[in-house]
Write a protein that binds this ligand. Structure first.
Ligand code: BG6
Ligand code: MG
Length: 216
């Protein structure tokens, strides 16, 4: 029998808030300084992927090897640029339908959580004034294995006090869809992940999602 959805775990970047361009601009500045080719097509591959794994993807185009210390320094430099950019985020950067969806779920008594690979989750939630909106937050600071490993979503479910089978994940990245399914959760693919045939449900954005069908 189908288990009821009692908790919804949201990815942050690309689901609740639009940070894509900030990530792109910060990596682009770092890559330009190093003379490494980087464009928006490569940037698409960084969706849902951790900071160091993102750097590894960018370094596929590098013409020399970088030591671990150099890689740490490059990732830290990118993060410095990124943190400066997200300092300008406001609640207006929330994606269409995000706020209404959170309010609708709360009204129904469904518990809500964040499950994000980003170690900047606390800063972003503060900027968009959602730092007290969620029943649980699992982020890149609390995990050791990033998506497609289910660790972040399993932690979010645990913090919500719910079994995986009672949770729905909302994701915009294919790595996140894989992670949710690997954790035994259903998944609503939005944005880029709406095209993923493995997603249990799909919608162009949270605004377009049919929660009457999803929750029944
Ligand atoms: C994910 C983003 O949410 O967080 C990725 O989709 C990003 O693009 C990852 O690399 C890690 O983010 P941060 O903020 O810890 O560098
Ligand atoms: Mg995302």
């Amino acid at each position: 029998m189908k288990k009821p959805i009692l908790g919804v775990i949201f990815d942050l970047d690309g689901v609740i808030v639009s940070t894509d361009n900030c990530h792109y601009l910060a990596w682009k500045k770092m890559a330009d300084e190093e003379g490494i080719p980087f464009d928006r097509t490569i940037n698409e591959r960084l969706r849902g992927v951790s900071r160091m794994e993102s750097l590894s993807i960018i370094l596929e185009k590098a013409t020399r090897e970088y030591s671990d210390a150099e890689k740490e320094a490059m990732a830290a430099r990118k993060n410095g640029y990124y943190v400066e950019l997200i300092g300008s985020l406001t609640p207006g950067d929330m994606l269409p339908g995000a706020m209404d969806t959170l309010q609708m779920l709360k009204k129904k008594g469904i518990r809500i959580a964040i499950g994000s690979s980003s170690r900047n989750t606390p800063i972003i939630l503060r900027q968009i004034q959602l730092d007290n909106a969620f029943d649980a937050v699992a982020d890149g600071n609390a995990i050791t294995r990033s998506k497609p490993d289910p660790e972040v979503f399993l932690l979010a479910a645990k913090l919500l006090g719910l079994p995986a089978e009672n949770c729905l994940v909302v994701e915009d990245a294919d790595a996140g869809v894989e992670a949710a399914l690997a954790g035994g959760m259903r998944v609503l693919g939005v944005g880029g992940a709406a095209q993923n045939p493995k997603a249990t449900f799909a919608a162009a954005s949270l605004e377009k999602a049919d929660f009457n069908t999803i929750l029944n």
